[in-house]
Design a protein around this ligand. Structure first.
Ligand SMILES: [Zn+2]
Length: 334
């Protein structure tokens, strides 16, 4: 991304092994993230930035210290590299690893990437995936893992009513995660018909079109005036965060994974809400083995969030489609 709104596909050098813990991957597919729209729209600064952080592919080369993955493995990685051995990783918070680094260098919207800390970061699939599984495995790299963490952080479980704020890929896959984790009722907040339909397919039992205070009032109406037990926040704005907190009953939990942009929480309201807050950059690596298994066994189909597939040469068109909300999530092929 040369500057906001200016995406170009350039020829660059193939990355090479720098550290003995690195691996080089040839990617099978990559995609555009909702968070890539922050710089695209000029909200975040950008200056000739290689883009992309979601990736699956085949290991083409490994450094001398890499032992868990080998050349020829098909692997799924995540947006931060982690050693998976430090105390923070062992506690399941690999996105806060003491050795945390970017997961795919120079950026995952490319044919080849260098992955640091390959042993800790990459998880191999049981074999070469059928081509139709690749979108779902790619979803596991970020949006599925992030939606899943949001559901876990919101303490979703059997008997619970879950509200989901945000109908992008992460929110939609938060619905899927809530369903898998046994939620009794899942209320998707969305005003887009095609996204509502996908939310229902992933397990939403109710759809609320209102947002802000009106959305909160609808959630209260649907929950005997109490609010949801668990709320997934998958946007990252002041409005969405307050909508999530106010939609949650006292003692309930908010899992927030929308990348926070100028959110300022009012202390007094928070104090009297009695709501638990937990979230941040999702430790997708914690969930990868289980998510890969669910996809491999065809128990879930998170790849359905990709509603536009383009060759990488047309990446700029993909950004435009997502910016204009003509596409929920764009898959890029080589
Ligand atoms: Zn670590």
């Amino acid at each position: 991304m040369h500057s906001p709104g200016d995406v170009r596909v350039d020829e660059t050098e193939r990355p090479t092994i720098v550290e003995p813990t690195d691996a080089i991957l040839r990617l099978a597919a990559t995609c555009i993230c909702g968070s890539d729209l922050w710089p695209y729209r000029g909200t975040d600064q950008v200056d000739h930035q290689p883009m992309g952080h979601e990736y699956v592919g085949v290991v083409e080369e490994v450094g001398s210290a890499v032992t868990h993955v080998k050349v020829g493995d098909f692997v799924v990685g995540t947006f931060f590299a982690s050693d998976n051995t430090c105390a923070i990783c062992q506690a399941g918070y690999q996105t806060h690893c003491v050795h945390r680094q970017p997961g795919a260098l120079p950026g995952a919207q490319a044919e080849h990437v260098r992955v640091p800390l390959a042993d800790g970061t990459l998880v191999a699939t049981p074999g070469m995936p059928d081509p139709d599984l690749i979108p779902s495995l790619l979803a596991a790299s970020d949006v599925l893992g992030t939606g899943w963490f949001a559901a876990v952080a919101a303490e979703v479980g059997p008997g619970k009513t879950v509200a989901v704020v945000g109908d992008g890929a992460v929110g939609l896959l938060g619905v899927l995660a809530a369903k898998q984790l046994g939620a009794e009722r899942i209320i998707a907040m969305s005003r887009h018909e095609d996204r509502q339909e996908l939310a229902r397919r992933f397990g939403a039992t109710d759809v609320v079109e209102e947002r802000g205070d009106a959305g909160v009032a609808r959630i209260k109406e649907l929950t005997d005036g109490l609010g949801a037990h668990s709320t997934i926040e998958a946007v990252g704005t002041q409005e969405s965060m307050m909508q999530a907190i106010r939609s949650t009953r006292p003692g309930g939990h908010v899992g927030y994974v929308g990348v926070s942009h100028d959110v300022a929480l009012p202390g007094e309201e928070l104090f009297f809400s009695g709501v638990h807050l937990h979230g941040g950059p999702a430790p997708v690596r914690r969930f990868l083995p289980e998510l890969i298994r669910l996809i491999w066994d065809r128990e879930i189909d998170p790849g359905l969030v990709f509603d536009l597939t383009l060759p990488i040469e047309k990446a700029a068109e993909g950004y435009q489609a997502m910016d204009e909300r003509r596409a929920t999530k764009v898959l890029l092929t080589f």
